[in-house]
Design a protein around this ligand. Structure first.
Ligand SMILES: [Zn+2]
Ligand SMILES: [Zn+2]
Length: 403
């Protein structure tokens, strides 16, 4: 008779579990073989289990980041598996357990190298690689010429079917961005929808009619709300009067649309974060880092995007910015900072704040059956947070990575 090895049993206790709609005090979360098997109240702890004492803090689901460029000196656009691993490990230390590496503008070859590197890390799938790659967010290069932001202008172009079909064929793209006003945008949205992606409009100066066409073609999300997107004022510059409704009004007016905020306290003020939360609610608003390679690095100059020819940006340790000009250039902090800010700066409850960094992005990106909440059957991606929401321990598929 072959005796099966003893199933590794992991039990989180002595903490408050953060569920999508409520807090569960004195909770016990049981995991077996890398999956959550039960979430309930304190009872007799199963014998032989490895116990994780939350020490009166919170037991929370691992975070899901759908918009992130890099960390710890590496940008996903560096295009090597080692760069992907370095950034994924850095974000795991900040509580992100599921990650969608995000492209910048760049040449077709640079984009292809990035997709290949992410696919390689996804295939090896080791817990030691940090946050697990659920898919790539194909973000650059299809930005509007007047909304390129800190990305390289030379790497921007209009969507071209021959190029993006080849990228989609890698099978790793799960989120796809394009500015709605570009020629060929609708065909891109239709292709991305057909491939099962969350389809998003970003770095765009689109007006209402362009957004309406995009919605019909499958677009359902807008990248970093209020950043590099149209406003009533920007459309007045583009079209004159009468003033027109922008991406902002379009998202607020359509239940089918979701968006995301960079809650680092530098990009958006407290009242804008509160406004977004109140108007959209925790089911349509995601927290993202949009972090660049300067995360966990000293203040200084860094390349945004590919390490060889990406644009120079500067980090002061709080945020990235364009040298000299003062325009912001993505964040340098993790999702743990974003949840602490969102809790401190808005009236959202803790379950709502955590939902915006876990279940909501998981739902929008189509991975909620696997990750995003403490629920039976999902991956044992579990965080132990202190009462002040500092990350104390990180478990990826039941393995402690912070130890
Ligand atoms: Zn951006
Ligand atoms: Zn970005």
């Amino acid at each position: 008779m072959i005796r099966s090895p003893r199933a590794p049993l992991l039990v989180f206790h002595n903490g408050t579990a953060v569920l999508p709609d409520k807090l569960l005090a004195d909770a016990v979360v049981v995991c077996k073989n890398g999956r959550i098997t039960s979430v309930g109240h304190a009872r007799k702890l199963p014998p032989g289990a490895t116990l994780v004492d939350a020490k009166g803090g919170y037991i929370a689901p691992g975070f899901v980041d759908i918009h992130v460029h890099g960390g710890d000196g590496a940008d996903f656009m560096d295009g090597t598996a080692e760069a992907v691993r370095t950034a994924c490990r850095a974000h795991a230390r900040h509580g992100t357990t599921t990650i969608f590496p995000t492209t910048t503008t760049g040449s077709p070859a640079q984009l292809f190298a990035m997709l290949k590197a992410c696919a390689e890390v996804q295939r090896s799938g080791a817990v030691a690689d940090g946050a697990s790659v659920a898919g790539v967010h194909f973000y650059g290069p299809y930005f509007a010429p007047d909304k390129v932001g800190c990305h390289s202008q030379a790497g921007r172009r209009d969507p071209e079917a021959r190029e993006y079909r080849r990228h989609f064929d890698t099978g790793i793209i799960r989120i796809a961005t394009c500015a709605a006003e570009l020629p060929g945008a609708e065909a891109f949205y239709r292709e991305a929808t057909r491939r099962g992606c969350l389809v998003t409009c970003g770095h765009s100066n689109a007006r209402w009619a362009e957004m309406a066409r995009a919605l019909r073609a499958g677009m359902r999300h807008v990248d970093h709300f209020w950043c590099a997107m149209s406003s009533v004022a920007s459309l007045r510059l583009r079209y004159g009067t009468p003033m027109q409704a922008s991406m902002e009004q379009f998202v607020l007016a359509h239940e089918a649309m979701s968006t995301e905020v960079i809650a680092d306290g530098c990009h958006l003020s407290a009242e804008l974060l509160e406004f977004a939360y109140r108007q959209l609610g925790p089911r349509r608003l995601c927290l993202v880092t949009d972090a660049n390679r300067a995360l966990d690095m000293p203040p200084g100059r860094y390349r945004f995007g590919c390490g060889t020819d990406g644009e120079w940006i500067e980090s002061d340790g709080r945020v990235g910015f364009v040298p000299g000009g003062g325009a912001l250039a993505s964040s340098v902090v993790g999702l743990d900072t974003m949840i602490r800010n969102m809790k401190a700066m808005t009236s959202a409850s803790l379950p709502e704040v955590i939902r915006m960094a876990s279940l909501t992005p998981a739902e929008r990106a189509g991975v909620a059956a696997e990750v995003g909440s403490l629920a039976r059957g999902k991956r044992a991606d579990v965080l132990v947070l202190s009462r002040k929401l500092l990350v104390k321990q990180v478990f990826l598929r039941g393995e402690n990575i912070a130890a």
